[in-house]
Each structure stands twice: as structure tokens, then as C-alpha cells.
Design a protein around this ligand. Structure first.
Ligand code: UT7
Length: 335
């Protein structure tokens, strides 16, 4: 197999970040009126105070298009200079077509094409590492990577163990080439294990179990999760891959300025930080206001913390989600 010579390749660096959440807030108090739950339980068990809800007539493509337009404006670049859009999502507007090409159309990207990538809550990590390869090999100059979800379309608000954590929103980054070897997307440990499909999934609506009345009556078109099972695997999966990516890049905690974890449950985040002995002051969180937006959580964090990120900061992104999928990615912030 011919291999690219790593030394000859450019780096893929993040040169802009943006995020989008809808205006409508679904608070814990709102949920109290819909099901047998309470604010105290939700906050103490998950760290979530509220989440956002997209309006009926907008979905993932709308989030993605807002993010792309904002990135283009911030970076002051020509929309026709974008080569590719990768949209990480498990709640695409439709099963067919994908959302990424709709995003290109809505954002006026006349020379781009796109594709969706579904790795549930790890989607942004998978997509970022994929997008970086197109830059590193010199195939493309500008790639936008999005993570966006409209999970409220798949919530059964009679299931208090699942519906309380999820919300809508997302974000994205622009990847460009750099000759600076010290910056950009450096390495990733990405994993998958299909055994996880029994513990987190939308049972009906795919090709194996097309929607019918019986399945809808059984609420099979909503997200089902075995929270306890996922909790343990998530903590272990994120902590293990953080250690692995750090070890093979000879990093200590002093080399890492920020850990950016998928926001599924604040207790999971605390446990991961504790297992890798990393201070919570340098762990990005915004789960209290947005809940779990699956592929959207990591870019939403980067967007909110953009002012605190400095050129050269060592950053580790880490995620765990349906599949199971998980992993950790090491990068150096470039601006
Ligand atoms: O994004 C990636 C995929 N998802 C995840 O990573 C989620 C991982 N899992 C979790 O975050 C947690 O497991 C949940 C937040 C989903 C659930 O928290 P938990 O601490 O595992 O609760 P549990 O399901 O073990 O339930 C504990 C108790 C039960 O009552 P009993 O049997 O002890 O009397 C539940 O019935 O809490 C009860 N309970 C609730 N009470 C009030 C469960 N949900 C609620 C609720 N409000 N919303």
C-alpha cells in the first residue's frame, strides 16, 4: 500500500468556529409539567438546567447553514472557496437526502459538495478527523465540519430517563491548510463497537424496521437508551482514549490547556476528568444551558470558549455515543 509521507504533508488547522442554538428554551420546570420529574433530580443527576428546541419548520440543515454563513462572514472569505462540508448528525432532515448538500445550497456554496456522517455523539470527532485528511493530503483547501442535531424530534416526553437530557443545536469549524507543523489536528484515537446498538438507538424508521402504526404505538420511533450501561462505558471509553492519545504523543497534563468533552451528563464529565487527573477549571462545559446535543456539543463548546482559546493551546476533544462510538482527538489551537 502506498503511504503518504507524514513529513511532507501540511497540517489541517481550525481557522474559525461558530455555533447556533434556537431561541426556545425547555427548562426543567417545563419538564416538570410534562412528566413525573423535578428540577432537583435533573440538576443533581445530570447538571442540566435547560435545553433548546428547534421550531417545527427548521431542522439540522438550518443549524448547519447558519453556522456556515457565520464562519464565512467571520473569516471574510468567498463562499465559492469552500470545497467540502461534512455534517455530523444522527438526526438529518430526512433519511434521504443527506443534510450536508442542503446546507451547501442554503449557504450559497456554489463549488462545494457535502456528505453526512453518522457516529451519534462521536460524530464531530469522526468528521473532524475525516475532514483533516482532505486538507493534509492537499486534496482540498477549505473544509467545513459541522456537528448539528434536532434531537427533540425523537424524544418521547413520557420517558423521563431519556428525554430530560437531550436538546437541539450545533456548531462547526473551518479547516484550512498550514505549513506550521506545531499547529492543527495532530492525532486521534477513534473507536467503535457495534455491540452498543442494543443500548442506544431509534428502533423504528430505518430500513430494518420501517415505520408502521404498531411500531409508532410502541414508541419505537423515539430514542431509547439504557442510561446506566452507557454511563459506565462512556466514562471508561473517554478516559482510556484520552490517556492513549496523550501517551503516544508524549504529553503530560501540562501540555494540555483544555479538555473538551461531549456533554451528556456532568457526572460523566467529572468522572472522566478525575480519572485522567485533570482540573475541571480547564474542562469546557455548557451542558447546564444546552443539555446533550449529541454531535453538536463539542463545536458548541469551542464556540462559547473561543475567546479563552489561545494560539498554541493543546486541546483534547473526547466523546462517546451510540454505536457504540468513541474516541479522543489531540489538536493545537491555531489562532
Ligand atoms: O450522549 C451519549 C449517550 N447518553 C449518555 O451518555 C447518557 C448516560 N446516562 C446518563 O446520563 C444517566 O444514566 C441518566 C441521566 C440517563 C439517568 O441517570 P441515573 O442516575 O443512571 O438514573 P437511573 O436511571 O438509575 O434512575 C435512578 C432513579 C430511579 O428510581 P428508583 O428506581 O431508584 O426508585 C428512576 O426511576 O431515578 C429515577 N429517575 C428519575 N426521577 C426523577 C429516572 N429518571 C428520573 C427523572 N426524574 N427524570
Amino acid at each position: 500500500m502506498p503511504r503518504f509521507n507524514e513529513d511532507l504533508m501540511t497540517k489541517a488547522i481550525i481557522t474559525a468556529v461558530s455555533g447556533y442554538v434556537p431561541d426556545e428554551i425547555l427548562s426543567n420546570a417545563d419538564l416538570e409539567k410534562m412528566m413525573d420529574t423535578n428540577d432537583e433530580w435533573i440538576q443533581s443527576r445530570t447538571g442540566i438546567r435547560e435545553r433548546r428546541v428547534m421550531p417545527d419548520d427548521r431542522a439540522v440543515s438550518y443549524i448547519g447553514a447558519q453556522v456556515v454563513k457565520d464562519i464565512i462572514e467571520k473569516r471574510n472569505i468567498d463562499p465559492s472557496s469552500i470545497d467540502l462540508v461534512i455534517c455530523a448528525t444522527c438526526t438529518a432532515d430526512y433519511i434521504l437526502p443527506d443534510s450536508a448538500n442542503t446546507i451547501c445550497y442554503m449557504a450559497g456554496l456554489s463549488k462545494a459538495y457535502g456528505f453526512d456522517l453518522n457516529a451519534a455523539c462521536s460524530g464531530f470527532l469522526y468528521a473532524l478527523f475525516t475532514g483533516a485528511q482532505f486538507i493534509k493530503t492537499g486534496v482540498y483547501k477549505r473544509v467545513i465540519v459541522i456537528g448539528a442535531e434536532k434531537l427533540t424530534s425523537y424524544m418521547n416526553y413520557e420517558d423521563r430517563t431519556t428525554s430530560i437530557i437531550f436538546g437541539d443545536g450545533g456548531g462547526g469549524v473551518l479547516l484550512e491548510a498550514s505549513e506550521d507543523e506545531q499547529l492543527g489536528i495532530i492525532d486521534a484515537v477513534l473507536r467503535g463497537d457495534g455491540e452498543g446498538k442494543d443500548f442506544l438507538r431509534i428502533n423504528a424508521g430505518g430500513s430494518l424496521k420501517p415505520l408502521n402504526q404498531e411500531r409508532m404505538d410502541g414508541r419505537e420511533h423515539y430514542v431509547y437508551q439504557d442510561g446506566k450501561k452507557i454511563f459506565k462505558r462512556a466514562v471508561n471509553g473517554m478516559a482510556t482514549t484520552i490517556k492513549e492519545v496523550m501517551a503516544r504523543n508524549h504529553l503530560t497534563n501540562d501540555d494540555i490547556r483544555w479538555i473538551v468533552p461531549h456533554q451528556a451528563n456532568l457526572r460523566i464529565i467529572n468522572s472522566v476528568a478525575s480519572l485522567v487527573d485533570f482540573p475541571m477549571e480547564r474542562v469546557m462545559t455548557n451542558i447546564d444551558r444546552f443539555g446533550n446535543t449529541s454531535a453538536g456539543t463539542i463545536p458548541l463548546c469551542l464556540w462559547e470558549y473561543e475567546d479563552q482559546l489561545k494560539k498554541g493551546d493543546g486541546v483534547i476533544l473526547t466523546a462517546f455515543g451510540g454505536g457504540f462510538t468513541w474516541g479522543s482527538l489531540y489538536l493545537k489551537w491555531a489562532y
